[in-house]
Design a binder for this molecule. Structure first.
Ligand SMILES: [Zn+2]
Length: 451
């Protein structure tokens, strides 16, 4: 046994040496820049591929035909993740390959089922993420959704009021992250889908999801999508976060007048945009020369739009106050980019604080999400029954002339209260609406008999 000792000793020395060598290798490797993860997001018009890299790196792109391929070359980098885990279903990418070149550069080849228009850009590290390289593969023929035709069905049929529902964040942008890893982008998508369901099943309304899946849309693009869909109202759904976990309550925002004013200037600076917008605002068409007139009209339009935004915001806040704690009792105003459409009333709903443990739990609960969507939709409905856009189904079914006014039941309403306010008896209300009982529900429409 004793004789074997020297062998043991040398073996241990060797092992230590080897471990040291490995350690040396590992430390050199950790200094080199690596691709350590990759993600894929599919949007309606493009596919986004995101590479997490451990430091800034130079890159270039080129495409090859027959068969179609996209080649991404990244300098001085190693691959330290498995790209095979990416799921390319529903994308033009059929497979991905990679190879190390001259011992230092990385080449990634995407095999494509059809040609794409690629675009790429680096994203610098921020407090949430490290450095990233983004590769966007734009479809050559985007699947155009039929929109205007859906809205204006036929001449004799009154059009529906279209609600543009914008679930905040998405894809690479999770929004606020709450306790237990609750992502804002998921919560607001669930509420948005519920809101669309409510709008779609209501006569005279239709919901359009601005973001229909888990992908990111730039803020300007969100308002563009709303405009393409001819929405009557734009509602952006979010959940707040604050350093102090005690902060809580829901709130509703409209654009601040300051934001609107500077935006007018911005639109005017971008002439083509401004011309388009004026064209869309009313029947007036203005040539590029009439800048002052364009400015005045745009200002008028923005003021009218802002007033509408505040009115609808007030209705929504009022309904949310019936089911959730409110952060502020009035509609707040701020320069949110998504609220800056000069021709579309727009509000931003903060459904609660995802950074507050209690509210994070509520926001993750599907029953609460449904209640929240119902409150928002009742507010929207009340606004549109008060001021129906001409030519809509709601306009011709909101009473007004002769047939008596239509009233949308708000949170806290009682039949006797409604009757008293409209100078009619409860009995008359029940008879006029063929009601079986005096029970009413929030969001229900009842006709007020004309006295
Ligand atoms: Zn948000």
């Amino acid at each position: 046994m004793g004789k074997q000792l020297p062998f043991h000793m040398s073996c241990r020395v060797f092992t230590t040496l080897l471990a040291g060598l490995l350690l040396l290798c590992a430390s050199t490797a950790s200094l080199a820049v690596v691709v350590h993860d990759a993600r894929l997001w599919r949007a309606p018009d493009h596919t986004r591929l995101v590479f997490d890299i451990s430091g800034a790196a130079e890159h270039s792109l080129f495409t090859l035909e027959n068969p179609d391929r996209l080649v991404v070359d990244i300098s001085n980098i190693h691959l330290s993740t498995n790209l095979d885990k990416l799921d390319f279903k529903g994308t033009p990418i059929s497979s991905i390959r990679s190879a190390q070149r001259n011992g230092k550069d990385l080449r990634i080849v995407l095999d494509l089922s059809k040609p794409v228009k690629p675009r790429s850009f680096p994203l610098k590290a921020n407090e949430k993420y490290g450095d990233r390289l983004v590769v966007d593969l734009y479809d050559l023929e985007p699947d155009k959704e039929k929109t205007v035709a859906d809205v204006v069905t036929s001449k004799d049929k009154k059009r529906q009021i279209v609600i543009g529902i914008d679930a905040g964040h998405g894809g690479e942008d999770p929004g606020a992250i709450g306790p237990n890893g609750i992502y804002e982008k998921r919560v607001v998508m669930a509420i948005s889908q519920e809101l669309k369901r409510l709008a779609d099943r209501e006569s005279g309304f239709r919901g359009v999801l601005i973001r229909s899946g888990d992908y990111y849309i730039p803020l300007r693009k969100r308002t563009d999508i709303a405009r393409e869909n001819r929405v009557d109202l734009f509602v952006s759904i979010h959940a707040d976060a604050f350093k102090n976990p005690a902060a809580r309550g829901a709130s509703v925002f409209a654009l601040s007048p300051g934001g609107a004013t500077s935006e007018t200037a911005r639109y005017l600076a971008e002439r083509e945009n401004s011309a388009d917008l004026i064209g869309g605002v009313g029947s007036v068409r203005i040539s590029d020369k009439d800048k002052v007139l364009a400015g005045v009209l745009l200002d008028l339009s923005m003021t009218a739009t802002l007033n509408s935004s505040l009115d609808v915001g007030k209705e929504v806040l009022g309904q949310m106050g019936g089911m959730a704690r409110l952060h502020k009792r009035h509609v707040e105003q701020a320069g949110f980019l998504v609220l800056k459409s000069p021709d579309i009333p727009s509000i931003l709903v903060e459904t609660g604080f995802i950074s507050n443990p209690t509210e994070a739990r509520q926001l993750a609960d599907s029953a609460y999400q449904r209640q929240m969507a119902e409150a928002i939709f009742t507010g929207i409905k009340r606004y549109f029954y008060n001021r129906p856009p001409p030519g809509t189904w709601v306009a011709s079914n909101s009473g007004g002339s002769g047939s008596g006014q239509v009233y949308v039941i708000a949170h806290g309403d009682t039949l006797s209260g409604i009757a008293a306010r409209h100078n009619v008896s409860v009995d008359a209300l029940v008879r006029h609406n063929d009601m079986n009982s005096t029970t009413i529900r929030v969001g229900q429409r009842i006709k007020i008999p004309s006295t």
